[in-house]
Ligand binder design. Sequence first.
Ligand SMILES: [Ca+2]
Ligand SMILES: [Ca+2]
Length: 225
Amino acid sequence: MAINLTKGQKIDLKKSSGEKLTNFCVGVNWGAIETIKKGFFGTRKKIEDVDLDLSCIMTDTNGELIDWIYSPEYNGFLQKNNFPLGKLNSKDGALRHSGDDRQGDVGGDDGLDNEIISVNLDRVDSNVEKIFFFLNIYLNQGQNFDFSHIPFAKIRMYEGTPSRVNNVHSSYDIVTDNTYAGKGALIMGKLYRRNGEWKFDAIGEPSNDTMFLQTIQRILKNYSK
Ligand SMILES: [Ca+2]
Ligand SMILES: [Ca+2]
């Protein structure tokens, strides 16, 4: 049975068989906003793209940023402002992002996650103490919505690949939780080492950050030390 995560819940990374869970995916599944417009010539469907960005950062025992995964789509801006450029793989090769999805599912839930970070805990650099996962809505010009407007948005940890879900370990539903209404960013949770084992803490802190750089600052200030 998959665990329904709640804010602040700490869980062991164990399979139902009791074995350690070391290879898994952290994925987010969401839909575009589809509305039916009634007009003089009948009804038509309006589709508004929803660009969620799943990212993560890694910190060391001092809480300092030592690695990151976020979209290279923002590199023009990042370069101009002297921030580290976006990339889809961690330096140690332990975490890999499936790539940027800028629309969300159209025509209903396809059952697959739109952005996925694959994790192999056995390959994580020994200097990495914590791995934080977070989610931001990227709003194009003229767009104005928050988590509560998205038809569905679910985060889960599962065994499998970006295109195949074998076994769901845990999940949480963003849009049906009132905590996330009016918010466009979310610190989902962290993987952390404790006595030689990896554990997961479902932080679940929403915010109004309009860019992922603000969310990174928030994590480094409040959670990484
Ligand atoms: Ca995206
Ligand atoms: Ca999907």
